[in-house]
Design a protein around this ligand. Sequence first.
Ligand SMILES: [Fe+2]
Ligand SMILES: [Fe+2]
Length: 150
Amino acid sequence: MADKKEIIENLIKAYWMEIETVINYIANSINLDGVRAEEIKKSLALDITEEIAHAQTLAKRIKEVGGIVPGSLDLKPEQTYLQPKADTTDVASVIEGVIKAENGAIEQYNKLIKLSEGVDYVTQDLCISLLAMEESHRVEFSGFLKEYKK
Ligand SMILES: [Fe+2]
Ligand SMILES: [Fe+2]
């Protein structure tokens, strides 16, 4: 059975993933160029507010379970696949990067749901809601990718 410490560590990991996603969604929602990029930029801009809300929800839970919400010096970035490209019309690679980020979030929330089973049902419930939202982001961008790969 998972202990409280493991749950806090994984909540903090999920928090960082949300923050890094926000940073890269902001960059990509501004950097992309072209008619074909417009819908993707709009969609990313909408998702940013949702991902910020996810980070805030996680931060609140970290505190509630006895942890400390970290500051920026603890950020260890990992999203190599969402870095701005020299070609600002390369929309497909941004869409692929977004799907990868959403998959990462989905994996982390599934992990937390399993870890909190029988230990922390509030964290579990919260992670189930977050998981549902990430799955909906993923299906949206997977739909975009279908069109781009035609
Ligand atoms: Fe999120
Ligand atoms: Fe998301």
